[in-house]
Design a binder for this molecule. Structure first.
Ligand SMILES: *Cc1c(COP(=O)(O)O)cnc(C)c1O
Length: 431
């Protein structure tokens, strides 16, 4: 399997190359050259497979430059937590992808990427430096996934005082090979510093330098596994009807991986792109025009994206066929008020506390449900305890932190403060 750029289908590289490059040289995103169909008997026997066997069956068609036995190990080390399908009400189901170490679905992609990079590093004896900017959630998933990975150093840049205490603790308390850098500036400053580093030849001469932001194809592909695992569990629960997938969306990585699952042959009826007030994709589906905008702050802040980076990849997976996109994807924006109302409704009626991002999905599912009675699987993207302020506002409850989060709150912050001028970061990286 080769990977090509969304902007040049002639340019093709290996999975390893796409993993290390992140972005193609023409600034396009790497996409698989084609979608390898899964075997018929795999679809028929979906309910009989384990999570990791299903993961291997899907991923081995996409990652052909890692021998199967090693790929199986990578998947096993990635999916070390359950991803249950929970019945919410009537035809609504929640796929809880938030039982990983940082309590959000990004653990799946970050851990697969870390394990794949570790594999390539070990087999080539290369020293690798990863540098990434974060506005909160990505940093914690990356820090956890790469902690103590041999031969890999990680620099995580976050804007000083602009992330929550919990998010900061999830990035800064590791030490070892995880270097947390508190930047005196904004998230945009962090991104600019990362870009400067990635093009700094003196740094590149010293180490293999790469980044791990969410456009990396190695984070996207493994997300097919949980979407498919949702389908498998539905069959296990004796439900044969074809489901639609409701996907809380920001940068559209979660949605694109769901579309990929359909492309390789799994039965999915439609997709609902559930956004917050940053309704770039729903607006596009209505007007056929793509208008990125500055992002608006909402209660579902991990989805506050005004220029979704995976849009290009999503369009590519439909060969830019607008009619087909409109048949398969329904865009549903949900307001801040609707987020609070949904958290309250689900709590009062089903005794279920939804995180604000999952609440966007459930609220969108409800709108879609009016015309559809097939099963609806909503990706539950984060644990509600990560957003205590919003939960308090919605239902006036102080949600209890899980032990794993409570523990890190008491650990010391080991971050290093740096200025938003590149010179200091340069010194750090070459020293
Ligand atoms: C990142 C994130 C999203 C959005 O996912 P995309 O792949 O960027 O569309 C939704 N919910 C949570 C909790 C997230 O962290």
């Amino acid at each position: 399997m080769k990977y090509t750029s969304t902007r040049d289908h002639e340019h093709s590289v290996s999975f390893e190359h796409a993993l290390f490059r992140g972005l193609a040289p023409d600034q396009g995103l790497y996409v698989p050259e084609y979608f390898p169909k899964v075997a018929k008997n795999l679809k028929q026997d979906l309910e009989k497979l384990s999570l990791t066997d299903l993961g291997l069956a899907i991923m081995q068609n996409f990652v052909t430059d890692i021998p199967t036995e090693h790929l199986a190990g990578i998947i096993q080390r990635t999916l070390t937590f359950p991803i249950p399908l929970v019945h919410l009400h009537h035809n609504l189901y929640l796929l809880e992808v938030f039982h990983g170490p940082t309590l959000a679905f990004k653990d799946v992609g970050a851990r697969f990427m870390a394990n794949a990079l570790t594999y390539f590093a070990a087999h080539s004896n290369k020293k690798i430096t990863i540098i990434v900017a974060t506005s909160g959630d990505t940093g914690s998933a990356i820090a956890h996934a790469f902690h103590q990975a041999p031969n890999i150093n990680v620099y995580i840049l976050y804007p000083s005082k602009k992330i929550t205490l919990l998010q900061e603790k999830q990035i800064t308390t590791f030490g070892d090979n995880i270097h947390a850098l508190e930047v005196d500036g904004t998230f945009d400053d962090c991104q600019r510093l990362v870009k400067s580093a990635l093009t700094d030849q003196r740094v590149r001469d010293k180490t293999i330098l790469t980044t791990s932001n969410s456009i990396n194809i190695s984070r996207l592909l493994p997300q097919m596994i949980y979407h498919t695992w949702g389908l498998a569990q539905l069959k296990q629960q004796g439900i044969a009807a074809t489901p639609s997938l409701i996907v809380p969306s920001g940068n559209l990585g979660n949605l694109t991986s769901a579309v990929y699952a359909k492309r390789v042959g799994f039965a999915i009826k439609q997709f609902v792109a559930a956004t917050n007030a940053n309704a770039i994709l729903p607006d596009f589906l209505e007007t056929h025009e793509f208008h990125p905008k500055p992002s608006i702050a909402t209660f579902a802040n991990a989805m506050d994206v005004g220029n979704p980076s995976n849009f290009e990849r999503l369009m590519d997976s439909y060969a830019h066929d607008q009619q087909r996109i409109a048949q398969e994807i329904i865009g549903t924006p949900i307001s801040n008020d609707e987020i609070l109302a949904e958290i309250k409704y689900s709590y009062e009626n089903y005794n279920f506390i939804l995180d604000p991002h999952t609440a966007v999905g459930v609220a969108a599912a409800r709108k879609y449900q009016i015309h559809h009675d097939n099963p609806l699987i909503i990706t539950a993207t984060a644990h509600p305890a990560k957003f205590p302020e919003v939960i308090k506002l919605a239902i006036n409850i102080d949600i209890e932190l899980p032990d794993s989060l409570q523990r890190i709150l008491n650990l010391p912050n080991r971050s290093l403060k740096i200025s938003n001028d590149y010179a200091q970061l340069h010194q750090l990286l070459i020293s």
